[in-house]
Design a protein around this ligand. Sequence first.
Ligand code: NAD
Length: 257
Amino acid sequence: MTQRLNDKVTLVTGAASGIGRATVMRFLEEGARVVAGDVDREGLDELAKECRDRPLSTQVVDVGERVQCEGLVADVLAGAGRLDVLVNSAGITPRGLEETLDYEEKWDAVLRINMKGTLMMCHAAVDAMRQQGGGAIVNLASIMGLISYHPDLPLSDGFNPYPHSKGGVIQITRDLGVRLAPEKIRVNAVCPGFVYTALTAGLAESPDLHQQLIRRHPMGRFAEPEEIASVIGFLASDEASFVTAAAWTVDGGYTAS
Ligand SMILES: NC(=O)c1ccc[n+]([C@@H]2O[C@H](COP(=O)([O-])OP(=O)(O)OC[C@H]3O[C@@H](n4cnc5c(N)ncnc54)[C@H](O)[C@@H]3O)[C@@H](O)[C@H]2O)c1
């Protein structure tokens, strides 16, 4: 394994599961020092147990709370003295919310975490990166921030907040990427197709829908979280030194087909 991320102090949100967890593992393998944040205390404890003896610390955070975002970054700076990389992977879909909520409540709940949470983590991190002369941010968007759910799919009536939130994440990425380029802070988004994680478990349980979704990927399958983590590692590393304000599809050809 190459060591693209040697000694880079990295903060990953949504780190207890799925893509965030795979990112933590990949970054540790590539030499980074990692702080893992998530609302899920138990998931973080399991991660810490698995990574015993590695340079990993964990902290509970709700990225929808500004004070907690700022507190988390302050703690990283107090502990490590710098913050080189921020990966915003915390995210939800309306499928995980109580069905009794109406469309507006679901929209607020999803936007609060996916879009505003990303924004607030970026806001908290940028000052530190600016003062130290640079850094890299990778935001988890989605192909659903670039395209709509196909009308054949029973996934949206047009009011599903998930694509709206991810379109917002892409635009935050572009705007910050452009503004922060002169200060050597690179900001990029990753737009995965469907990935096998807790987030999509409900979809994969329905055989017909699962097959329909698989067929939309020319590669004929969903991704594994590690295949997203490797691209996140590249974007965070100095190998991506001229890459900023970009939305990277990692989708097995979905959006091109
Ligand atoms: N799985 C996919 O198919 C897919 C596709 C495209 C984009 N994404 C995006 O990738 C990111 C990671 O998704 P995943 O598939 O790994 O999901 P996941 O459910 O496996 O992991 C998400 C993690 O975020 C945490 N989280 C939720 N709310 C939080 C909050 N308020 N504060 C802090 N942590 C919180 C959860 O506890 C969980 O550990 C999300 O932003 C998701 O939208 C996923």
